[in-house]
Design a protein around this ligand. Structure first.
Ligand SMILES: NC(=O)c1ccc[n+]([C@@H]2O[C@H](COP(=O)([O-])OP(=O)(O)OC[C@H]3O[C@@H](n4cnc5c(N)ncnc54)[C@H](O)[C@@H]3O)[C@@H](O)[C@H]2O)c1
Length: 317
């Protein structure tokens, strides 16, 4: 590959627009070439604002030789279909979190990744915040001693309008889950990054402050890790006015706390630079499909436990 990496953005909704703007500002190694959305007027609007092409449909976008990689920013349960088609068209893919909403669909992505030899990254920008990187370095250096536990708290408020605004939010079939699947996954990914492989999950969940949705707005659970460490997790969109997200990891010689960084866009930019470096060097990105699968398997085990009232093994391949 010579010259800047050409990017396409698929999905020009609320966060797709953020991606498109950020890619446009990342030069000189990246270039926003084209955008696409099932609602063509949205793509046209973003393209006119940012000076790139609006593809009529995904086939047209995949057919462009100047698009090396695509960012997939469509609703959760559509990720696999879009990612697999992009990989089959030879594109590298940065897909929004969560990887998918069930393990079968997530594994379709992993198989297509293997067949294509292309790079697939999963958005999890909090890993690129300076405090998160510093925490990971301290854990890796053994400064915390034997790891004993942690916490991942996402305590937020979303009003009814948030769920009413789109058909897919609040739907089991497309969002696949609520506060944890959509918001809590950021903190959960940090927790698993620092504590390693989860083995068992337990949780209680409910829909406490919203109507007409099929997903949880509150879940509280615990996760046991292969190391023996035990962590607590809370994800809620039913806590007005919300608290800053909090992730911490403990050991028998120290504790790290990762406060949320106010400059979210800097972290997203850093994840793009890591992804492009992975493409150039033929290596895995920092947040790869294994990480996405592990987070998804943990979310699904927590949901299963909330449904059955039993501890559930966390399993993925
Ligand atoms: N990393 C983050 O911090 C962050 C923040 C917000 C959203 N997200 C993720 O971004 C993704 C999208 O969320 P959103 O809030 O932007 O949703 P949204 O509903 O605002 O936008 C989704 C867009 O996808 C389009 N779309 C749907 N199906 C399509 C298809 N088959 N082909 C092309 N376009 C299609 C819709 O028309 C819509 O414009 C989700 O995975 C979400 O979890 C991530």
């Amino acid at each position: 590959m010579s010259g800047p990496v050409g990017f396409g953005v698929i999905g020009c909704g609320s966060y797709g627009r953020v991606h498109a703007e950020l890619i446009s500002s990342l030069g000189p190694d990246l270039r926003l070439v084209a955008v696409a959305d099932a609602e063509t007027a949205r793509a046209a609007d973003v393209a006119a604002r940012l000076g790139c092409a609006a593809s009529r449909d995904l086939e047209e976008l995949y057919g462009r030789q100047d698009v090396d990689a695509v960012t997939v920013c469509v609703p959760h349960g559509l990720h696999a279909d879009v990612v697999v088609a992009a990989l089959e068209a030879g594109k590298h893919v940065l897909v929004e979190k969560p990887l998918e909403i069930d393990l079968e669909s997530a594994e379709r992505i992993v198989e297509a990744e293997r067949r294509s030899g292309r790079v697939v990254g999963v958005m999890s920008q909090r890993r690129f915040e300076p405090a998160a990187r510093a925490a990971a370095d301290r854990v890796a250096a053994g400064e915390l001693g034997r790891l004993t536990g942690g916490l991942a708290h996402t305590v937020a408020w979303r009003d009814q309008e948030y769920y009413d605004a789109t058909a897919w939010r609040g739907s089991l079939e497309v969002e696949g889950g609520g506060a944890l699947m959509t918001l809590g996954v950021h903190a959960l990914d940090l927790l698993l990054w620092l504590l390693g492989d989860p083995v068992e999950a337990q949780a209680q969940a409910g829909c406490l402050a919203h109507e007409r949705i099929e997903v949880e707005d509150t879940i509280v659970g615990s996760i046991r890790f292969a190391s023996g460490a035990i962590a607590g997790i809370t994800a809620t969109t039913a806590a007005y006015p919300g608290l800053p997200p909090r992730v911490a990891v403990f050991g028998d010689r120290g504790t790290v706390v990762i406060p949320v960084d106010p400059d979210e866009r800097a972290a997203v930019r850093a994840q793009y630079h890591d992804f492009v470096a992975a493409m150039a060097n033929g290596r895995k990105p920092l947040v790869d499909t294994d990480a996405g699968l592990r987070v998804l398997a943990t979310v699904l085990a927590l949901y299963e436990s909330a449904r059955t009232g039993k501890a559930v093994p966390v399993a993925w391949t």
